[in-house]
Design a protein around this ligand. Structure first.
Ligand SMILES: Cc1ncc(COP(=O)(O)O)c(C=O)c1O
Length: 224
């Protein structure tokens, strides 16, 4: 019998999860049965429901969203807003206005850095990013820090590419960190601290409740 897939902490089996069943939802694996696809950050493969939904939308409803008063535009707008509500429910967000659709991670991070950043950041504040971030989760914070007179603090990873939790804890204790920019990059090796551990640690020690900190995650790549 195949071993049960494990949760991110590598301890608790995920009951009832069969990757073969999930795989069948992705037509790409029918065309390429031997495929192992790891480039999800840049180009996630699409399940049948998404491919069919897009094709059906282009065949039956496609028009401007939120910009036209004609029938097709109204229908497209309704479907667009239905999708927003579905995402809200999935993420358990309090309000649909919290769900903002963008074209990709780079646009999302720049949007937060350029809108929320100047409204909240003060000179002398510190932002932490890890030393293995994608450029799109590094440059916007670097530019924001330069603009606001804030400081960018780099959290180290260990030799195997995992987060160095001890170094991270020391770093946060030594600084009055206000913002932690997290990542969940699946490409990290099995170091002493996984992104899940960082998430847990941040949630326990370093939340808006304790220091007024804000945590932002780049969830582009698969989690581990
Ligand atoms: C971890 C991570 N962050 C951000 C990005 C940038 O994503 P996008 O192309 O959607 O802007 C990528 C792209 O590969 C990524 O892997």
């Amino acid at each position: 019998m195949a071993a049960s897939p494990l949760r991110a902490d590598n301890q608790t089996p995920l009951r009832g999860f069969d990757p073969r069943v999930l795989r069948r939802e992705f037509p790409i694996f029918t065309s390429h049965p031997e495929l192992v696809f790891l480039d999800s950050g840049a180009s996630a493969q699409k399940p049948r429901s998404v491919i069919d939904g897009l094709a059906e939308f282009y065949r039956t409803d496609y028009a401007n969203v939120h910009r036209g008063v004609y029938h097709l535009s109204a229908r497209s707008t309704d479907r667009f807003e239905e999708a927003r509500e579905k995402v809200r429910a999935f993420l358990n967000a309090a309000d649909e206005r919290e769900i903002v659709f963008v074209r990709g991670a780079t646009e999302a991070i720049n949007l937060v850095a350029q809108s929320w950043g100047p409204a909240h950041l003060k000179a002398g504040d510190e932002i932490v990013v890890s030393d293995v971030e994608h450029h799109s989760n590094f440059v916007p914070w670097q530019m924001l820090c330069q603009r606001m007179g804030a400081r960018l603090v780099i959290a180290p990873t260990d030799a195997s590419g995992g987060f160095d939790l001890a170094a991270f804890e020391a770093l946060v204790s030594a600084h009055k960190i206000h913002y932690f920019i997290g990542t969940n990059r699946g490409s990290f090796g099995g170091g002493s601290g996984t992104s899940t551990q960082i998430t847990t640690w941040v949630a326990g020690h370093f939340t808006a409740k304790t220091v007024g900190g804000v945590t932002i995650y780049d969830l582009t790549s698969p989690t581990r």
